[in-house]
Write a protein that binds this ligand. Structure first.
Ligand code: PLP
Length: 395
């Protein structure tokens, strides 16, 4: 046996990180379900607010159960600091808005989750921020856009929903050379499979609702980065705007992290097996899986992701009617717009997650009426294969 290093190895930190037992010595983490904290004296309250005495002040700023979750996320991501919030969108909003003022310029990859796109193309311009969208995979387009100025850039890779890739290291270099900062939304890859900080990201954001919970129970989000960057703007932004994570939800997410590596690896193995089984099926126009040989961005995904991930995109022969026929024929797999769950879920992006986009905008990022996204869960792979096969028969 080798000694336990300090800090311990990752698997140990994901189960024990941040644990501080109460006087009752409970096994599982206690849930500090409290909005406020009390002080022994007026002078103690003064010292806490002055920051000269350590301790908690108020649930909107920080909470011991939320901190357990944040510390486990820091260990998993290899980040100096983490702040947890009530949803993935609260995390994206904070990472973006806290670092901008009127006159700044934001670049974004065109293929991203549509609420993230709404922040860029609808919200920011109202406040005098110039926004330019580029094709995420086109490095010349990034260079040209950055030459016009960049304060922040936001990318998602693999991107929702057809799993296109963005070269994180190359975009980080371009953005840094122009004086900007890069935010990576790593929700689809999960913190288990892709490490954006090792490729130059300045901030990483997650919808913890996805693989981090992984069992369809709660919304949540996190922003991770260097301590000075989080302290510069994001901590204050969150403290004063208020999207605090409930201690109960933080507890649920911290427990999710105890099993995230096992879940994501198993789900990715099953997804790879299903992709292999159904690629080239007569009822499919195409099947896209990040590490499958047919994916146009395979080389990039192989470089950036340790496994191919839990998501598969496919286009059935025909259009929306045929896609709906496939979805309605599923017997085991559920129709849902969530992802990263232990239950396998199928989505029709055109009419759900991406319905806000024009047909042209959808076409540019590869979403058609025939497109279906499958988030692969923890069921037996053979049961999932049988369900997909019989649903394809119905197309
Ligand atoms: C890539 C991506 N970013 C952000 C979000 C927003 O997360 P949430 O629903 O937790 O607010 C989602 C999902 O909804 C997503 O898929």
């Amino acid at each position: 046996m080798t000694d336990t290093p300090n800090p311990p190895r990752l698997a140990t930190q994901l189960v024990r990180g941040g644990l501080s037992r109460s006087q009752h010595k409970e096994t599982a983490e206690a849930i500090y379900m409290t909005s406020g904290f009390v002080y022994d004296s007026a002078a103690e309250a003064d010292a806490r607010f002055a920051g000269t005495s350590p301790g908690y002040l108020y649930g909107r700023y920080a909470n011991p159960t939320v901190r357990v979750f944040e510390e486990r996320m820091m260990a998993l991501e290899g980040a100096e600091e983490c702040l947890a919030v009530s949803s993935g969108m609260a995390a994206v909003q904070a990472a973006v808005m806290a670092n901008l003022k009127a006159g700044d310029r934001v670049l974004g990859a065109r293929a991203m989750f549509s609420s993230c796109l709404w922040i860029l193309d609808t919200l920011l311009p109202r406040f005098g921020v110039d926004v330019e969208l580029v094709d995420g995979g086109d490095l010349d387009a990034w260079r040209a856009a950055a030459a016009r100025g960049v304060t922040l850039a936001l990318i998602e890779t693999p991107a929702n929903p057809v799993l296109s890739g963005v070269d994180i290291a190359a975009v980080a270099d371009i953005v840094h050379a122009a004086g900007g900062k890069l935010i990576v939304d790593n929700a689809f890859a999960s913190p288990v499979l892709q490490k954006p900080f090792t490729m130059g990201a300045d901030l990483v954001v997650y919808s913890a609702t996805k693989h981090i919970d992984g069992q369809g129970r709660t919304l949540g989000g996190v922003v991770l980065g260097a301590k000075d960057l989080i302290d510069a703007n994001i901590r204050e932004f969150l403290r004063h705007t208020g999207p605090a994570l409930s201690p109960f939800n933080a507890w649920t997410l911290a427990k999710g992290l105890e099993t995230i590596v096992l879940r994501v690896e198993k789900q990715s193995e099953t997804a790879a097996r299903l992709a292999e089984r159904f690629a080239g099926h007569a009822k499919l126009k195409r099947l896209l899986y990040p590490h499958h040989k047919d994916h146009p961005d395979r080389a990039l995904h192989l470089k950036q992701m340790r496994m191919g991930g839990t998501l598969i995109a496919l286009d059935v022969q025909g259009g929306r009617a045929e896609a709906w026929r496939f979805l309605d024929a599923l017997q085991l797999i559920d129709i849902s717009n969530n992802l990263g769950d232990a239950k396998t879920l199928a989505t029709h992006p055109e009419t759900t997650t991406h319905r806000r986009l024009s047909e042209d905008a959808r076409a540019r990022i590869g979403v058609a009426g025939s497109t279906i996204r499958i988030s692969v869960g923890l069921e037996d792979p053979e049961d999932l294969a049988a369900d997909i096969a019989q649903a394809l028969d119905a197309v």
